[in-house]
Ligand binder design. Structure first.
Ligand code: C2O
Ligand code: CU
Ligand code: CU
Length: 634
């Protein structure tokens, strides 16, 4: 009888040896995987990881072949020491290291390692005390094959996560040996005598509840931030004061400005730290509808509310009785705005698709009800001979702008809807704005009926979807019709499930990694250009998602969509919405030296790799991206 119990105990004990060994081995593997990055960042930590990994690698087989108090106790001591250091580094911060006294962000690799160490401690403790006291205990489960497989899978995930960290330090300057180097400091706006317009934008937390009950991050306390209105040719000067708990920056989306004023953290400047300030200054060359937003940790900061409209009034052009801007963004989704207009008023309505929370990048499907209207500009650039149209779907990818013009009808309202089905809501439409008084046109049976099982967008429902490549009247566009280009680049857009680290706790590391030509940022290959060159890009979307591809500092002339050249007005965009499995061609003149981002404006896609650069030869930047500097442009 006693013998049988002892036998059973021995078996149970054996059942604990293997998981304890696998856990120790798993922790060793993950420690090795993170060592190279730590060696680069802070060599002492790198060496520590290698030593700990080596010790654990040696202890793991000993647990099985030489089970005994001494081995168990040593393995426990190592695991406990690791847990202690990890706990300190994630709470109060370590006294030494690259950022002494600052807690580090929790990541998947370190969380898994610690879980392994807690479990191994437990198993080793049981082993040290002899076997589990009562057979009722199900510890033997830990020694089964499925449990072993599970631990192995967890180890692989941990190792992959450990080898794909955020970059420590990457300089995005274009390497052109032997060339005269122009640095970012040479690319500020030179002084001039233009009329000056001064603004101050204070980035601050405000008690505006937004999605998920979070507090908004705002410019001057409002979401969206204040509308900046200037005249074409003005010298715009904006001082950003940072009262946020994190560093930030302001990017001027769609504007052609000197590179050093572009507001991209780690490329054109260092992110402005909490308590700091920074002044942007540039002459506004192009009239139209633009917007501004943070370009530091963009994925998190823009959704929190750091965006606003920038309207540049033309020096000459038709006079409108009303000129309104509607900023479409998820952070202030609740209330439609009411805009005044009298019958007969000539109205210009500027719709800016600032951001939306949609993993697939499905565009807003704007519909203007109650009036015949014209699309007079896209991304701020006038269209030629825009014709009157009725109810149509206007697909607006994140970052894009539509300028609509119409005369207020003799009675009733005009309403602007987004009829794209909303995530997490049965409501198929969002009411953005209504103008005027009286009868309100409603969405009705003539409106699209969405089939949720199909990809949305251009084919949705029964309404015509506006196609910018066949609207208005044809006119010469020297950039689009060149035929020959100095630089031609194909960008294939793909995605695949994978792991990628973010800088913040709330990031889920396992997502769809997005790639240009098989590489994700910062490993994407920049498009290298020289001043004066004509550059043609072919954007080939091989995914089921929408990708509004945005170029900084330049304007695309659209050449073709799915191989068909434009039949209507020339189209000038800074953000080209490339639908699922579509191909668009665009060209631009490289006339603005610098290091310019080219990325998808679906923030989650950009943060997960869909970003690259158009880099002029011979340009250097003193700034770096990555954890060393704290600059994270995406
Ligand atoms: Cu609107 Cu790179 O951004
Ligand atoms: Cu931009
Ligand atoms: Cu995208």
């Amino acid at each position: 009888m006693i013998d049988r119990i002892r036998d059973a105990r021995r078996r149970q004990r054996k059942g604990l040896l293997y998981p304890a060994a696998i856990l120790t081995l798993g922790a060793a593997a993950i420690h090795f995987s993170v060592a190279p990055d730590h060696l680069e960042e802070f060599p002492a930590f790198g060496i520590l990881f290698l030593v700990v990994g080596a010790v654990q690698l040696a202890l793991a087989p000993l647990i099985v072949v030489l089970p005994g108090r001494r081995v168990f106790a040593s393995a426990m001591a190592v695991a406990a020491a690791c847990l202690l250091i990890w706990g300190l580094s994630r709470t109060v911060g370590l006294p030494v290291g690259p950022h002494p006294g600052q807690p580090e962000a929790l990541g998947l690799a370190d969380a898994l390692t610690s879980a392994f160490e807690v479990l191994s401690l437990l198993f080793l403790l049981l082993l040290l005390r002899g076997s589990p006291p009562r057979s009722r205990r199900r510890w033997w489960l830990a020694g089964t094959v499925p449990a072993g497989l599970l631990l192995t899978i967890a180890t692989v995930i941990g190792v992959v996560a450990g080898t794909n960290p955020l970059p420590y330090s990457v300089n995005m300057g274009s390497a052109t040996p032997g060339k005269a180097i122009v640095t970012m400091a040479d690319l500020h706006e030179p002084p001039g005598r233009q009329p000056e317009k001064d603004f101050t934008l204070t980035a601050q937390v405000a008690h505006i509840p937004i999605f998920g009950g979070r507090e908004a991050w705002t410019y001057n306390g409002t979401v969206p931030g204040p509308e900046l209105r200037v005249k074409q040719g003005d010298r715009l000067r904006v001082t950003l004061i940072n009262h946020l708990p994190a560093s930030t920056s302001i990017h001027w989306h769609g504007l052609r400005l000197p590179n050093a004023e572009d507001g991209v953290a780690g490329i054109t400047e260092d992110a402005v730290p909490p308590g700091g300030q920074y002044t942007y200054e540039f002459v506004v060359k192009d009239p139209g509808t633009y917007w501004y937003h943070s370009h530091q940790d963009t994925e998190n900061q823009v959704p929190l509310g750091l965006y606003g409209a920038l309207v540049v009034e033309p020096v000459e052009g038709p006079a409108y009785d009303r000129d309104y801007t509607v900023l479409l963004g998820d952070a202030n989704r609740t209330r439609p705005i009411q805009l005044d207009a009298k019958p007969g008023d000539l109205v210009r309505l500027r719709a800016i698709s600032a951001f939306m929370e949609d993993m697939n990048g499905t565009p807003e499907l704007l519909t203007l009800l109650g009036v015949q209207y014209r699309v007079i500009a896209l991304d701020g650039h006038d269209l030629n001979g825009p014709t009157e149209m009725g109810v149509e779907l206007l697909p607006a990818g994140t970052g894009q702008r539509y300028d609509l013009a119409f005369r207020m009808p003799a009675s009733g309202q005009v309403r602007l809807f987004d009829v794209r089905p909303q995530t997490g809501s049965a409501e198929p439409a969002r009411d953005w704005a209504s103008l005027g008084e009286g009868a309100r046109p409603e969405l009705n049976a003539a409106m699209p009926v969405f089939d949720r099982s199909k990809p949305l967008g251009y084919v949705a429902g029964s309404l015509v979807t506006f196609d910018p490549t066949s609207y208005g009247i044809a006119a010469p566009d020297p950039v689009a019709s060149r035929g020959r280009y100095d630089v031609s680049s194909d960008l294939f857009i793909t995605n695949q499930p994978g792991l990628r680290y973010g800088s913040h706790l709330d990031r889920i590391p396992l997502k769809l990694i997005h790639m240009f030509n098989g590489k994700s940022f910062p490993d994407t290959v920049p498009i290298l250009v020289r001043e004066g060159q004509y550059v043609r890009l072919r954007l080939v979307n091989q995914t089921d998602e929408y990708h509004p591809i945005h170029l900084h500092g330049h304007v695309f002339s659209v050449i073709s969509r799915n191989g068909r050249p434009l039949t209507g007005s020339p189209v000038h965009l800074d953000s080209i919405l490339v639908g699922p499995h579509e191909t668009w061609e665009g060209a631009f003149l490289a006339d603005n030296p610098g290091l310019w981002m080219l990325h998808c404006h679906v923030l989650i896609h950009a943060a997960f790799g869909l970003s690259t650069m158009v880099s002029y030869e011979g340009i250097a930047t003193p700034y770096v991206i990555g954890s060393k500097s704290g600059n994270f442009p995406e």
